[in-house]
Write a protein that binds this ligand. Structure first.
Ligand code: SAH
Length: 394
């Protein structure tokens, strides 16, 4: 196996179990490893540190897999890791829930691999050459464990470009999923379009938060901003919301939302979809002097990196200020950020800033996070990205 020696002092992060070694940390590469090849990593003093996948093209030159020298990652190792990740989700899957994330990359000690389950189908994202090289055994184990009818590659992501990989998508194993796969989450049914949908097809990271927000929507008027296929809308309707307005800029998302309303047997009379930019639409509502009892803001990632933080903070502030202005005293705002670069403390500051601008007094009622199928490794807090605040207007 090719061995790589790190510069003096660069072993520190590895010893703290951080799974990334940046290219600037490499002192010496003994051999010519191919991209995605397994390598062993040593300190400057030639002490074994870990095994990892090498990639010459990536800023993250080595993605670490295993710190125990006796556990060389082989076929059995890959199978075991996948078995553990899937077994850890056992409690989530039941008759009212057949969708969740089965593998969450570094957080499940499988850097570069994301697997989402949609009933009998799996949607897989392969983000690194290391995972690409081990695809056969990974797919085989996933199929054996889940009995999936089909495993679909949804790796058409910019993230792959960092590893010098092209986008790829299509069936990896078994049957092609139908255009709409029917799943159930929190007892609510959804059509998921794996091939055409955003991300891997659905945002299962909001499962618990959809339920939490629905605790407050019975008999209420609800505005679901950035609704996608209706996660918050449908849970609100299931809880007995009197009127729900969903806003999204994607026509396909709203079409799917309409289908999901029918699928659940909800009456269409109390739901309205608006195909528009949320920022524009909130201003229109303000002019019309519309008010809502509950507003949900679940925007896409505004801060793709730390350097974009200032700009993103202003965007989050403006968005939240606009929503706060449409809420009466006692109204609720469920507001989210899925930008890893914006941590909970920063998000609270942004909200405080928006509240001042909106001239509103705000209480934090609940603090919301990503669910248990998106765990956060203490040695890799980069895996924490979704945060939310349930706010009451005072
Ligand atoms: N709340 C959703 C997930 C939201 S994902 C759920 O529970 O499933 C973010 C959504 O925002 C996507 O559907 C995307 O189409 C939409 N979007 C992105 N920018 C937008 C904008 N400026 N105005 C309206 N919708 C937008």
């Amino acid at each position: 196996m090719v061995s790589i020696i790190l510069k003096r002092g660069k072993e520190k992060a590895v010893l703290q179990r951080h799974p990334w070694v940046f290219s600037g940390a490499l002192q010496q590469v003994n051999g010519k490893p191919e991209n995605g090849q397994l390598v062993s990593v040593y300190s400057f003093d030639k002490e074994f540190l870990a095994y990892g996948h090498y990639n010459q093209q990536s800023r993250v030159a080595i993605r670490l897999l295993e710190w125990d020298e006796s556990q060389t990652p082989n076929e059995a190792w890959w199978r075991k890791r996948i078995q553990t990740a899937v077994a850890n989700r056992g409690h989530i899957l039941n008759h009212s829930n057949n969708t969740c994330r089965l593998v969450y990359s570094e957080s499940d000690f499988l850097p570069g691999l994301i697997v989402d389950k949609y009933a009998d189908y799996l949607s897989v994202q392969i983000l690194t050459t290391g995972i690409e090289r081990n695809k056969t055994v990974i797919i085989d184990e996933l199929q054996k464990l889940t009995g999936a009818k089909g495993i679909y590659d949804k790796s058409d992501l910019t993230a792959r470009a960092h590893d010098g990989l092209e986008a790829s998508s299509g069936i990896l194993w078994g049957a092609n999923p139908p255009e709409f796969v029917e799943v159930v989450e929190n007892g609510v049914k959804y059509h998921i379009n794996i091939a055409e949908g955003q991300k891997s097809g659905f945002y299962c990271d909001q499962r618990n938060n959809r339920k939490t927000v629905a605790n407050y929507t019975n008999g209420k008027t609800v505005l679901d901003c950035f609704s996608y296929s209706g996660g918050f809308t449908l849970n609100a309707l299931a809880s007995g919301a009197s009127q729900v307005t969903a806003v999204d800029s994607s026509a396909l998302a709203l079409e799917t939302l309409q289908k999901n309303i029918v699928l659940n047997g909800f009456g269409a009379y109390n739901t309205k979809t608006i195909h528009s930019d949320v920022n524009k639409q909130l201003r229109v509502f303000k002019e019309e002097e519309r008010v809502f009892d509950v507003i949900i803001l679940d925007p896409p990632k505004y801060a793709p990196s730390r350097s974009a933080l200032d700009k993103a903070a202003r965007a989050y502030k403006d968005l939240n200020r606009l929503a706060m202005q449409l809420l009466p005293v006692g109204g609720l705002l469920a507001t989210f950020s899925c930008s890893g670069a914006v941590d909970m403390e920063t998000f609270k500051q942004i909200i405080a800033w928006a509240a001042l601008d909106a001239g509103k007094e705000i209480q934090i009622v609940q603090q919301l996070h990503q669910p248990e199928d998106h765990p956060v490794r203490v040695s890799f807090t980069e895996g924490e990205y979704l945060k939310g605040l349930l706010l009451r207007i005072g």
